[in-house]
Design a protein. Structure first.
Lengths: 243, 552
C-alpha cells in the first residue's frame, strides 16, 4: 500500500514540474512522502525526549525530598484521594486505547470511527481534568494548598503512631504535588488543543491511509502525557499505603 | 587565476535566495533556512553589542580600585545582564542558529531543514525572549549573577527574576527547536551518497550540539518554573527554612549550564575543523576520531556538572568522582586538538583570515581547556574558586574559543552567504587585533585570580596592587572592542562594494561550495549525489598542479 504511493511520487519527480499532481500535503523540500512521514515522526520522538528531561528534573527534585522526608511525605500522600487518582489512571489508559483506535481508523480509512475515537479521547481527557479539578478543590478546602493558609497539624505518620508529620515538609510534598500534576494537566490541555485540531481535519476528510501523519504524532504526544501520569500516580498517591 | 576571472564575466546576477523576493514580509515570513540564518545574524549581533557594552562598563569600573563609576547594586546588575545576554542571547544561538542554520542543509545536500516553519518559529521565540530580556533590563534588571542561585534569587532579591527567567525559558524553547530541526534533518534529509562517514565534521559537531540542546535545555526550563513558582507562591522547594535545599537548585542549574558550555564550543570546533582542512589542503587527520570525540564531549559533558559546586557543600566523595569525570572530558578535547595539529603537519598552509581565527582558536582553546583542568583539580579549585582565574578560564573558552570560531566561520562562509568577498587585508588586521586584544584583556585576569582577586567585586581599594593588571585588562578590552567592530563594518561594506565571489572562492571541498554563491532558494539546481569522501583536498588539488596555488 505504502510502496504504491512512493513509486507514484518517484515517477512524478522524474518529470520535475509535476508537483501539483502530488498529495498536496507533500512539502516541496521533501523528496518523498515516506521521507516526510519519517521526519515528522522522528521529530515528535525527539521532542518527547526533551519532555522526558523536563519532567525528569521535576521527578529528581521530588525523589530527593521524598527520601529525606519520607514519613512526612507518606502522611501527606495519605490525605490525597487515592480513589480519584486511580479512577483518573483508568480514564487515561482508556483514552490511550481510543487514540490507538483513531490511528488505526485513519490507516484504514474509517472516517466515522476516526471522528468518534477522537471525540471519545477528548471526552476522556476532559473527564480527567474534571476529576483533577475536584481533587484540587478538596485540597483547597482542607487548606493543603501551600501558602499562608496552609495547615497540616496533628497528622500522624503512617506506621508510627503518636508521631506527627512536620507541616513544613508536608507542605513540600504539596508544593511538588501541585507543580507536577499542574504541569501534567497543562500538557493535557495542550493535548486537547491538538486533538481539537485533528478533529476538524478529520471532519473535513483530510486524512487518508497515505497521509495521516498528524494523527500518528498527535497520538504519540497523547501516549506520552498518559505515561507521565502512570509514573505520577504511584509516586504521589501510593506512598506507604500498605501500612 | 581562473577563479579571479569568473565573477567579472557575470553580467546579470542569477536568481538566488537574496534577490528572489524583496520587502519586509518576504523576510519576516520566510521559511528559507538561509534567510532565517540572516535574521538570526542581525539579532544576535544586536545582543552581542548590548552584552559588550555591559562588559566595557564593567572594565571601566575596574580601571580604578575605588568603586567610583557605578554603585555596587548597579555593578551587580551589569555583570548579571552581561552574562545573561552573552550566554543565552549570543553564544548559545551564535554558531548553530546562524552558520548552522545556513549550512546544515547545504552541507548535506538538502533543500531546507526538515521543519522550515518550526525554524521560523524558533527565531520568533528567540525574539520574544530577547524583547522580554530587554524589557526586564530597562525596567530594573537582575542582580543575582547569571547563575541566579537560590535562595538569594528565590527569597531575597527584589529584582526582576521571574521576568528574566521567563525570557530565558522562551529563548530555551527556541534553542530546543533548532536542535530538534538539526537532528531530524541530519537523520532524514541527507542527499543520496551522503553517508554518516562522509558528513563534514561541522555536521557531526552540530549533531552533538543538538543532543545537548535537546537533553539539557528542558532541565533549565523546569528549574526556572520551580524558581518562578517559588517566588510567586513561596513554596520553599529551595528554601532551607522550609526544609528545601539550595544545593538542589545548583545541581539542576548546572546540569544544563555546564553542558551549555559545550553548546557554545562544539560548533566552534566544527567550524575550525572545516577551516583547517581547507587552508592546509588536507583531509582531516583521524576523521572518525574527530567525529566521535564530538559525541563523547556531548556525553561526558552531562556527567561533570558538580565541579561547579566543589566548595558549595557536596561530599568529598562526590567531589572526587566529579573531579575525575571532569578530567575525562579533556580526552575528547585533546583528541581534537592533536588531530587538528596532525592535519596541519606537512599541509600546504594558507594564512587567510579564517585560518588566522582558527589558529587563534587552537591556542586560546588549549589555554582555556588546560586551565579548566586546574579547576577540576580539587586542591587548586578551593584556592581559586570565585576568583578572576575562573573568569579568565571561561572567557578563554567562550570568547577565545567560541567567538573566535564564530568569526572565523563568518569569514570563511561570507562569500557563500553574501555572494561577495570581504577585504582580506582588513580581515587579517582585524583577526590580529582580536587576538592581541583578547589576550591583553584576559591573560592578566589569570594572574589576578591566582593572586586572589575575587570576581563580582566592584571595589578593590583594599588591594590596590591589583590595579596595574586591571588597567591592562581594560586596555585590552578596548582593543578587543575595536577588533569586533571592524568586521561588522567591512562585512557591511562588502555587501555593496565587495568583489562578487565565485561559487567556490577557497576551492574548498564540501557540498555548500558546489552550488552558486549566494545559493538559490532551494539550494541546488539539481539534487546532488555524493560519490566522494569528505575533505578530498588531495583529489581537488591534483588537476591544478601546474604551479598555480589554488586557494587565494
Amino acid at each position: 500500500m505504502q510502496n504504491n504511493a512512493t513509486s507514484t511520487v518517484a515517477v512524478h519527480d522524474r518529470h520535475g514540474e509535476a508537483h501539483a499532481a502530488h498529495n498536496p500535503a507533500l512539502l516541496h523540500h521533501f523528496a518523498t512522502e515516506e521521507q516526510q512521514r519519517n521526519s515528522a515522526s522522528l521529530g515528535m520522538w525527539v521532542f518527547l525526549a526533551t519532555e522526558v528531561m523536563f519532567f525528569g528534573g521535576l521527578f529528581c527534585a521530588y525523589l530527593v525530598y521524598r527520601r529525606w522526608y519520607f514519613g512526612d511525605f507518606a502522611a501527606a500522600s495519605k490525605s490525597i484521594n487515592m480513589w480519584l487518582g486511580a479512577t483518573n489512571t483508568a480514564v487515561l489508559i482508556c483514552s490511550s486505547l481510543t487514540v490507538v483506535l483513531a490511528v488505526w481508523a485513519a490507516q484504514t480509512a474509517r472516517r466515522r470511527l476516526l471522528i468518534g475515537s477522537l471525540i471519545l479521547t477528548m471526552l476522556l481527557g476532559l473527564l480527567f481534568l474534571g476529576i483533577k479539578g475536584v481533587e484540587y478543590k478538596e485540597k483547597f478546602d482542607e487548606h493543603h494548598v501551600p501558602g499562608a493558609s496552609f495547615s497540616f497539624d496533628h497528622e500522624e505518620i503512617p506506621g508510627h503512631p503518636g508521631q506527627y508529620a512536620n507541616p513544613k515538609h508536608a507542605q513540600m510534598f504539596f508544593s511538588l504535588y501541585f507543580v507536577m500534576t499542574g504541569l501534567h494537566a497543562l500538557h493535557m490541555i495542550i493535548g486537547l488543543g491538538i486533538f481539537a485540531w485533528l478533529l476538524t481535519m478529520a471532519w473535513k476528510g483530510r486524512f487518508t491511509p497515505e497521509w495521516h501523519t498528524p494523527v500518528e504524532i498527535g497520538g504519540l504526544y497523547w501516549h506520552f502525557v498518559d505515561i507521565v501520569w502512570i509514573y505520577l500516580f504511584p509516586l504521589l498517591y501510593l506512598i506507604d499505603r500498605h501500612k | 587565476m581562473s577563479m579571479a576571472a569568473t565573477p567579472i564575466l557575470q553580467p546579470v546576477e542569477r536568481e538566488n535566495y537574496l534577490n528572489k523576493e524583496y520587502g519586509a514580509w518576504s523576510w519576516l515570513l520566510t521559511t528559507d533556512h538561509k534567510r532565517i540564518a540572516l535574521l538570526y545574524l542581525l539579532s544576535i549581533t544586536f545582543f552581542f553589542f548590548i552584552g559588550g557594552f555591559f562588559a566595557l562598563l564593567i572594565r571601566l569600573e575596574l580601571l580604578t580600585p575605588a568603586g567610583d563609576l557605578v554603585q555596587a547594586d548597579t555593578y551587580n546588575k551589569l555583570f548579571t545582564m552581561h552574562g545573561m545576554i552573552m550566554v543565552f542571547f549570543f553564544l548559545i544561538p551564535s554558531i548553530p542558529a546562524v552558520l548552522g542554520n545556513f549550512l546544515v542543509p547545504l552541507m548535506i545536500g538538502a533543500k531546507d531543514l526538515a521543519f522550515p516553519r518550526i525554524n521560523l518559529l524558533s527565531w520568533y521565540l528567540y525574539i520574544i525572549g530577547g524583547v522580554m530580556m530587554m524589557h526586564c533590563m530597562l525596567t530594573g534588571g537582575v542582580d543575582t549573577g547569571w547563575t541566579f542561585y537560590a535562595p538569594f534569587s528565590t527569597n531575597f532579591t527584589n529584582t526582576k527574576i521571574v521576568e528574566a527567567g521567563l525570557a530565558i525559558f522562551v529563548a530555551g524553547f527556541s534553542s530546543i527547536l533548532t536542535g530538534l530541526n538539526f537532528v531530524v534533518t541530519i537523520h532524514r534529509m541527507r542527499a543520496p551518497g551522503m553517508t554518516w562517514s562522509r558528513l563534514p565534521l561541522f555536521i557531526w559537531a552540530h549533531y552533538a550540539t543538538s543532543i545537548i540542546q535537546l537533553l539539557g535545555t528542558p532541565v533549565i526550563a523546569v528549574t526556572i518554573v520551580l524558581v518562578a513558582a517559588e517566588r510567586a507562591l513561596h513554596l520553599g522547594i529551595f528554601d532551607p527554612k522550609l526544609g528545601g535545599d539550595p544545593l538542589l537548585f545548583q545541581h539542576l542549574f548546572w546540569f544544563y549550564s555546564h553542558p551549555a558550555v559545550y553548546i557554545m564550543i562544539l560548533p566552534a570546533m566544527g567550524v575550525v575543523t572545516e577551516i583547517i582542512a581547507c587552508f592546509s589542503r588536507k583531509r582531516i587527520f583521524g576523521y572518525h576520531f574527530v567525529a566521535f570525540s564530538s559525541i563523547a564531549i556531548a556525553v561526558f559533558g552531562f556527567l561533570v556538572w558538580a565541579h561547579h559546586m566543589f566548595v558549595a557543600g557536596i561530599s568529598v566523595y562526590s567531589a572526587l568522582v566529579f573531579s575525575f569525570l571532569s578530567y575525562a572530558v579533556a580526552l575528547p578535547s585533546a583528541i581534537k586538538v592533536f588531530n587538528w595539529t596532525a592535519t596541519l603537519y606537512k599541509g600546504s598552509i594558507h594564512y587567510d583570515a579564517p585560518m588566522l581565527y582558527a589558529f587563534g582558536f587552537l591556542g586560546l582553546f588549549t589555554i582555556g581547556g588546560l586551565t579548566g583542568l586546574f579547576l577540576s583539580a580539587l586542591g587548586i579549585d578551593v584556592h581559586v574558586t570565585d576568583t578572576y582565574f575562573v573568569v579568565a578560564h571561561f572567557h578563554y573558552i567562550m570568547v577565545g574559543g567560541a567567538v573566535m570560531g564564530y568569526l572565523g566561520g563568518m569569514h570563511f562562509w561570507w562569500p557563500k552567504i553574501s555572494g561577495r568577498l570581504y577585504p582580506e587585508g582588513w580581515a587579517r588586521l582585524a583577526a590580529l587585533i582580536v587576538f592581541i586584544g583578547f589576550n591583553l584583556t584576559f591573560f592578566p585576569q589569570f594572574i589576578l585570580g591566582y593572586m586572589g582577586m575575587p570576581r563580582r567585586y566592584y571595589d578593590y581599594s583594599h588591594m590596590p596592587e591589583f590595579q596595574i593588571l586591571n588597567v591592562l585588562s581594560t586596555a585590552g578590552a578596548t582593543v578587543l572592542g575595536v577588533g569586533y567592530l571592524l568586521p561588522m563594518f567591512y562585512f557591511l561594506w562588502s555587501m555593496r562594494y565587495g568583489k562578487p565571489a565565485s561559487d567556490n572562492p577557497w576551492n574548498a571541498a564540501g557540498l555548500e561550495w558546489k552550488t552558486t554563491s549566494p545559493p538559490p532558494t532551494f539550494n541546488f539546481d539539481e539534487e546532488p549525489v555524493v560519490i566522494w569522501e569528505a575533505y578530498n583536498y588531495e583529489e581537488l588539488d591534483a588537476p591544478h598542479e601546474e604551479g598555480v596555488p589554488v586557494a587565494k
